[in-house]
Design a protein around this ligand. Structure first.
Ligand code: THU
Length: 136
């Protein structure tokens, strides 16, 4: 994979979008608000927050909300170049396993920015999800 560097200005825009959308989270059960923003290879940014449900398993993570919103707007031929994830508690939070697989579907070369155990971190999607499942 190419692992093309995401310029600092784009990374900053992504972070800003993620922080803004985090405020829209519906998280009355966990009280953990999450915001995510994705940068597409066409330069567009989409964002999403976590949306919880009284039936807890129906919860949609911020990352998937952002990705599904992009697909709904632009169709399935999107390529995710980068993802930024933030939470309202400033604690470590990398994308969950399900979101990693969904990111990989549309961004096999994506860079993920998140709060790691020792502060801000970035990782290639294949570091977070080795041997991700693909059909094509
Ligand atoms: N959550 C996300 O939205 N993204 C993540 O990367 C980790 C977890 C949400 C799901 C749930 O609403 C809350 O955080 C607590 O797990």
């Amino acid at each position: 994979m190419l692992r093309k560097k995401v310029p600092n200005n784009l990374r900053a825009s992504l972070l800003r979008s993620a922080k803004k959308v985090m405020k829209n989270a519906h998280a009355p059960y966990s009280r953990f608000r999450v915001g995510a923003a994705i940068l597409l290879s066409n330069g567009k940014i989409f964002s999403g927050c976590n949306v919880e449900n009284a039936s807890y398993g129906m919860t949609n993570c911020a990352e998937r909300t952002a990705i599904f919103s992009a697909v709904a707007q632009l169709g399935p031929r999107i390529e995710i170049r980068a993802v930024s994830v933030v939470n309202d508690q400033g604690v470590p939070c990398s994308p969950c396993g399900a979101c990693r697989q969904v990111i990989y579907e549309f961004g096999p070369d994506a860079t993920i920015f998140f709060h790691g155990a020792d502060g801000p971190r970035q990782a290639h999607i294949t570091e977070l999800l080795p041997e991700g499942f693909r059909r094509q």
